[in-house]
Write a protein that binds this ligand. Structure first.
Ligand code: ATP
Ligand code: PRP
Ligand code: MG
Length: 295
């Protein structure tokens, strides 16, 4: 691998792939077309993107095979519990996608309803390191059964009494007659940096890419709001605008009682926010996405 090109490891296919691809695209990275390639070069910057299985990403980065990686915190911490060099990896930034929780769950209306009930029981999981750490911290002795996937079927098949697995909507748990009773970890995709990244000749590219990633993340829920506000209710309307400290207030030609307000809102704008604004007298409310942001 060229020392002057930055390397970034991302998941080849799966739940992290789409978010990683979207982030790169929004950050202006143009990847050269290559069908089923393990490595794709960026056409417009000295960057190579390596497509691998997510479990391999922390170790690829920790060993210096790649400078950076995009991986779920769940996999990062699980691997960190097994490999000291992974435990030393630096998390550069959270990326705001692939949000899920690692949870303990057991059959509906069974005898396991809280963590203490796990003593002497069996727990199936793809995350033995994280599960073990959680149980040890609480002084509970239980047998951990490692599985590669489809963990939710384990109790029904008589393989384990409980499970420790990822949950997002909860649909998979429900479909398998399971109920969660404890959260072990809250996880999302993160950007990790390896020990050799700083020495790479393309460290400047990394700086630029990280700044762009942070811009993409910040602009995701940031919205630009335009509205007309009665002058005498301006303070009330400003207080409703989510995460906006300095809106622009402009005159409207021919109107003395109403002003135009332009605001960048850094927190989520819901339908209920618009209803509140309308209730405070705002009219002609427009909410627009922001494509790019740089501080
Ligand atoms: N239901 C979910 N909702 C949101 N994020 C999830 C969900 N399930 C998993 N994730 C996140 O996405 C990551 C990848 O999940 P995926 O199911 O694609 O993994 P995998 O099958 O182990 O993939 P690979 O073949 O790369 O090893 C998980 O480690 C987790 O961080
Ligand atoms: O709470 P839910 O929204 O139902 O999501 C949870 C499921 O999603 C993940 O599996 P995935 O669908 O990625 O399949 P996999 O087991 O093959 O990785 C996870 O392992 C759960 O099984
Ligand atoms: Mg995996």
């Amino acid at each position: 691998m060229s020392p002057d090109r930055l390397t970034l490891a991302v998941q080849k296919k799966g739940r992290l792939f789409e978010g990683s691809e979207d982030l790169l695209k929004r950050a202006g990275v143009k990847l050269a077309y290559a069908r089923d390639a393990l490595l794709r070069r960026a056409e417009n910057m000295p960057l190579d993107v390596m497509f691998i299985r997510d479990d391999d990403i922390p170790n690829f980065v920790a060993s210096g095979a790649c400078d950076y990686g995009i991986v779920g915190e769940n996999v990062l911490y699980e691997m960190a519990s097994r490999l000291p060099r992974v435990a030393r990896l630096e998390t550069v930034t959270k990326l705001g996608f692939a949000k899920c929780k690692l949870k303990l769950a057991a059959p509906n209306e069974g005898t396991i309803q809280r963590v203490e009930d796990l003593a002497g029981k069996t727990i199936a999981t793809t995350y033995p390191g994280l599960t073990d750490k959680f149980l040890k911290e609480r002084g509970i002795e239980a047998e951990i059964i490692e599985m590669g996937g489809s963990v939710e079927v384990a109790p029904r098949m008589g393989i384990a009494d409980a499970i420790c697995d990822l949950v997002s909507t909860g649909a998979t748990l429900e479909a398998n007659g399971l109920v969660a009773f404890e959260t072990v970890l809250e996880s999302e995709a993160v950007l990790i940096r390896g020990p050799r990244a700083a020495q790479n000749g393309a460290a400047q590219t990394a700086e630029l890419l990280i700044e762009r990633f942070q811009g993409v993340i910040a602009s995701r829920q940031t919205k630009y709001i335009l509205l007309n506000a009665p002058k005498d209710r301006l303070d009330e309307i400003r207080a409703i605008l989510p995460g906006s400290d300095a809106p622009t207030v402009a005159q409207i030609v021919g109107r003395d009682d109403v002003v135009a307000v332009h605001a960048v809102c850094t927190e989520a704008v819901f339908w209920s926010t618009l209803e509140q604004l309308k209730g405070a007298g705002a009219r002609s409310i427009l909410v627009m996405p922001i494509e790019k942001m740089m501080a």
